[in-house]
Design a protein around this ligand. Structure first.
Ligand SMILES: [Cu+2]
Length: 292
């Protein structure tokens, strides 16, 4: 049996702390400026805490400190994500003092900005923009002010229904480890009401090629499905971190075990609802195949 060490990555933790710090400032400042600009698009929202509460974001992308610099390693981080449809992504301007945009399409494309466009995000710590990806597809986006960098969100409508749990995957059932470094997998219990408040505990256990367990951990959400991102790691440690926001959003498993061609079995179980073990066992097994 392989026993993994679950150490938390300080770099990732500082990133999520930036996000949480941003969120905190949003909470504190939104009482001062309750009406902020709302982009006239069906799912695009910019600004106030009220809109965040109406459409809770699942996944945080950071416009990183130094993003305005031409030699910055990234402008948006992560620069490429794969998410199930229905995922709301929130971009935070963590490059304090610099304005940026989140604009759909490639730079200079004739349809740039037609799907979503943040407009100029203010160079202040509370600036964020969110968009819900309701349709499958590859969404390239860029910054109008710094058009030498682009990033991508891939949205997939692939899912698998178990008896009790539905698993949606940002890449479908095949995780290409050469093309994708990360995929968001969402576990939605079909028999547990999702009220946005009642704590739900999920145990996720992963094994490869029907061998021993290579990962197991328990995650808690507040009356929500469990969005769990699997990331192909480049070092030998498994790092678990999240959620992206103060108490909601995606968790992340940065895992060296995602390697080579293999069939992974993902066992998902709801182990507690409001700290009480369910009367009927709520568990399903899913498969995810990897190729390199
Ligand atoms: Cu920019």
């Amino acid at each position: 049996m392989i026993i993994m060490n679950f150490t938390r990555n300080s770099k990732n933790r500082s990133l999520s702390m930036i996000v949480v710090a941003s969120l905190f400032i949003i909470i504190t400042t939104s009482t001062l400026t309750p009406s902020m600009t709302i982009i006239p698009s069906a799912h695009a929202q910019f600004g106030s805490m009220a809109t965040l509460q109406n459409t809770p974001s699942t996944y945080a992308v950071s416009i990183i400190p130094g993003a305005a610099q031409r030699d910055s390693p990234n402008h948006y981080y992560p620069p490429a994500i794969s998410v199930p449809v229905g995922t709301t992504v929130a971009w935070f301007n963590n490059d304090y003092g610099q304005p940026h945009t989140v604009t759909s399409g490639a730079p200079n494309a004739s349809d740039a900005g037609s799907i979503f466009n943040s407009g100029i995000m203010p160079p202040t710590a509370n600036a964020f923009f969110q968009y819900t990806f309701e349709n499958p597809g590859d969404y390239i986006y860029h910054c109008i002010i710094h058009p030498w960098r682009q990033a991508i969100v891939s949205a997939s409508d692939s899912y698998e229904n178990g008896q009790y749990i539905k698993m949606s995957s940002g890449v479908g059932s095949l995780f290409n480890l050469t093309e994708n470094f990360r995929t968001l997998v969402d576990f939605e219990p079909l028999t547990v009401p999702l009220d946005g408040t009642t704590p739900i505990a999920y145990n996720i256990t992963i094994s490869k090629d029907n061998n021993n367990t290579i990962f197991t951990d328990t995650f808690v959400t507040n009356g929500e499905s469990l969005p769990l991102e699997l990331i192909k790691s480049n070092n030998n440690e498994t790092n678990v971190y999240g959620p992206d926001f103060s108490s909601t959003g995606a968790y992340h498993v940065d895992a060296p075990f995602l390697e080579g061609d293999g069939n992974y079995t993902i066992r998902a179980e709801v182990t507690a609802v409001n700290s009480i073990q369910p009367v009927t066992t709520i568990v399903d097994e899913f498969t995810l195949r990897t190729v390199k």
